[in-house]
Design a protein around this ligand. Structure first.
Ligand code: TNX
Length: 754
């Protein structure tokens, strides 16, 4: 009743306003990425047929972008005139701008066309979304009067796209670039070559098109599903040089630099399939049909260097970018170890080992590119064996690489898997579409700070910015790619553009709720996280409670405890729920009429250690610290198929000792441990663990570590108060396994005591 009355009043007041003047729809600023400073005024400006636009010639691209945006999205045509003005202001930072909308008109000031372009992107978000898809049919666009002063935090604001594992149309890539530039991102890192396909036309080497661009078939399902199955369908294609030029041009018009990546010396199997002499064995290989890391790498011989220089010559013609990405990641050294030429070269050049040979390789290519006026950028493995003198490092294996590079005076772009891998799962919902693994929810992306805490202010100047990576092993279609990219790309845009002190996740989510309409108008298939529920078990003086939260305001959470689906009539959540036995909580967000979003389900296994005291002798890695040690005995198991949700703790290369104090002696019949074993992400469950009770000691050796989840139950049948678990790390990953040569991760979740 209450609400209905309110609505009636609201409609009445609207119609009263309407009597006086025409109804005016004004969009309140809800800009993403959040600008530096926004000041609202109590008026608005109307763009209509009488509105004129003028611009300084230096700001022409942005002015024409705005004109085209309005004219193609609405029936309005702009004339020449001073209502909308683009003015040069040399006092502003290169990518900064000042946008002023008043009753009289709109002024955009910037020192560069790029700055003005970003003003236009802000202005665009003050206009109705129907302009985005040409369905706006009114004769005036009303814009909130406002002053926005803005400039970016980071110089490098990027998104990556892997087109080797799966390929996407030219039109789609343009759409992707459109989205980047709308979010004020300025770099598109185009991953063009890999083991599973070579995707750029190189005229001097026709077999790259005939052979390397196609694989015979593709792995079906996840790499961890054994035995491997294939679809039997030839897959591939490549971008012609004309198409590449078109894309580079398109990006340039939106102030996006395209950085091409030509992978070397690893991830080169597709090229070697066409030209076996580029490898170390001369044996024929095929374009890879499944994912992972392959042994085939370029042999550091004259033929290879001549080939790569020829390839780069054509690449440089197409891409004017300062940086050329040379890959450098995941290059197993087995072939080089067994190659007479490589071993001779190591001796001749006085190199220490194969890592130094990789460094020799990259330094040689760097010298070539430097001689052509370009700089190299490469994955952080290029640090191993010594960094090429002028290289920029793209840090993906955590942040250590970044710290090392910055401390030695090299520029860095941050793309750690923990916060920037948009190929990872984003939801805990077990029905989420198949992904490579991991767990990277929106909030974690949003919370990313590109400056590693180990750096001083001076050193942090070497951090150019950050980038979201989209590897496409498990992303075969454009719609699926959008689902993975959005809205995480929006969160990242704020990470790289907005000031740290202004960031506020709740506020971001409320702006995102509004932004959904724009994404709909742009026909972007985003994942919807707005009505998600977050739950937590809290223990307090031996008592346990379950707490439920949701981010969007003005909605209610309804829940059940008997396993039934929540409905509009279920109990409304008001305060934390006492938990005294194993239970299943099902909850969902509702408005007055219906359920919004999906149902959240949490099973709580109320075992003997829930609420006990727990300590671990090491801190989990900061990117995977979940809900802390307590999370290991909170009655809640993490996902069976992903690590990285808040129930999982990750330790990198460390042995750990866990101690649980049950508070008093209890009869313990069994203890169960759960370890993740996602070897593609270098997560290896331990080979053995030891359980120590008050007096007794039990050793357990594992042998079946093939499964993604190693779940083990141990018979104990002893009275005890203290339980210790000694968990050695798997160690350095041996040759032939995923991640060879790196430290293994240990991921553990619930320790179930019964
Ligand atoms: C590691 S990140 C890779 C890629 C994979 C990706 C999957 C990097 C430099 N190499 O080849 O596609 O993991 O997440």
């Amino acid at each position: 009743m209450h609400i209905k009355k309110l609505i009636a009043l609201f409609i009445l007041s609207l119609s009263l306003v309407n009597c006086k003047e025409k109804s005016v729809q004004i969009i309140k600023p809800q800009i993403i990425p959040l600008p530096d400073a926004v000041e609202l005024m109590d008026s608005f400006f109307s763009i209509d047929e009488s509105t004129g636009i003028t611009y300084d010639d230096n700001l022409k691209v942005s002015a024409l972008f705005l004109k085209d945006f309005i004219e193609s999205g609405s029936p309005i045509h702009l004339k020449e005139g001073n209502d909308i003005q683009f003015k040069l202001d040399d006092n502003l930072k290169p990518e900064g701008y000042v946008l002023t909308v008043s009753k009289e008109g709109i002024t955009i000031k910037a020192s560069t066309d790029q700055g003005a372009f970003y003003a236009v992107q802000t202005l665009r978000q003050l206009m109705p979304v129907s302009i985005e898809n040409g369905t706006f049919s009114e004769d005036e666009i009303n814009i909130q009067a406002v002053t926005v002063k803005d400039q970016p935090q980071f110089k490098y604001r990027g998104m990556h796209l892997d087109v080797a594992r799966h390929m996407f149309s030219v039109d789609f890539i343009k759409k992707y670039i459109d989205a980047l530039s709308m979010l004020k991102m300025n770099t598109f890192h185009w991953h063009l070559t890999d083991d599973q396909g070579w995707r750029i036309e190189i005229k001097k080497y026709p077999k790259l098109q005939e052979v390397s661009a196609y694989r015979d078939e593709t792995l079906v399902g996840h790499y961890s599903d054994q035995p491997h199955q294939f679809d039997g369908k030839r897959y591939g294609g490549y971008y012609t040089q004309e198409e590449v030029k078109e894309i580079v041009q398109y990006a340039k018009a939106r102030f996006v630099t395209v950085i091409p990546e030509i992978e070397m010396p690893g991830h080169a199997q597709a090229a070697i399939a066409a030209y076996p002499e580029l490898g170390c064995t001369d044996e024929p290989v095929e374009v890879a049909k499944k994912w992972g890391v392959f042994e085939e790498i370029y042999c550091p011989n004259q033929k290879t260097f001549a080939f790569l220089e020829d390839v780069l010559d054509e690449v440089l013609e197409l891409f004017p970018s300062k940086y050329i990405h040379v890959g450098g990641d995941e290059a197993p050294k087995t072939r080089w170890k067994n190659c007479v030429h490589c071993q001779g070269l190591i001796k001749k050049e006085g190199l220490k080992d194969e890592h130094h040979l990789q460094s020799y390789f990259i330094t040689k290519m760097e010298a070539y590119l430097n001689s052509k006026g370009r700089q190299i950028i490469g994955w952080d493995e290029i640090l191993e064996g010594g960094l090429a003198p002028n290289a920029t490092v793209m840090s993906w294996r955590g942040t250590n690489g970044a710290v090392e590079a910055a401390k030695s005076g090299h520029n860095v772009v941050m793309t750690p898997t923990s916060h920037c891998y948009f190929d990872y799962y984003q939801s805990e919902n077990e029905d989420a579409p198949l992904a490579i693994g991991g767990f990277l929810p929106l909030e974690k992306v949003y919370g990313f700070n590109p400056i590693p805490e180990e750096l001083t202010t001076e050193e942090s100047k070497y951090v150019l910015g950050a980038q979201g990576n989209i590897w496409t092993e498990y992303i075969p279609t454009e719609k699926h790619l959008e689902y993975m990219a959005f809205p995480r790309m929006l969160a990242l845009s704020e990470v790289v553009w907005s000031k740290l002190k202004h960031k506020d996740y709740k506020d971001f989510v409320s702006r995102l709720e509004n932004f959904h309409q724009r994404l709909d108008a742009l026909d972007i298939n985003y994942a919807n996280h707005l009505y998600e529920i977050e739950g937590d078990l809290i223990s307090d003086e031996g008592k346990s409670y379950y707490e439920l939260k949701t981010l969007t305001e003005g909605k209610s959470i309804r829940y059940t405890l008997d396993g039934s689906e929540p409905t509009i009539n279920s109990k409304v959540y008001e305060s934390k729920i006492p938990i005294t036995e194993s239970s299943t909580i099902k909850a969902a967000v509702f408005n007055e009429e219906k359920q919004l979003g999906e149902t959240f389900t949490q099973h709580i296994n109320y075992h003997k250690a829930v609420g006990a005291k727990i300590t671990i002798d090491k801190q989990p890695h900061k990117a995977y610290s979940g809900s802390g040690a307590e999370g290991l005995i909170n009655g809640i198991s993490g996902s069976d198929s992903r690590y990285g949700d808040k129930e999982w703790l990750g330790f990198w290369g460390e042995d750990i000792l866990i101690e649980i104090d049950l508070g008093k002696e209890k009869i313990v019949n069994t203890i169960e441990t759960r370890f993740h074993n996602g070897q593609g992400q270098w997560i290896y469950s331990p080979k053995e663990i030891k359980i120590i009770l008050d007096e007794k000691e039990f050793d357990y050796v594992f042998w079946d570590i093939g499964d993604l989840l190693l779940k083990k139950e141990y018979e104990i049948n002893t009275k005890t108060r203290y339980i210790k678990l000694v968990i050695p790390n798997y160690g350095t990953i041996p040759e032939g396994k995923q991640g060879a040569g790196n430290k293994a991760w240990t991921f553990i979740d619930e320790i179930i005591v019964n």
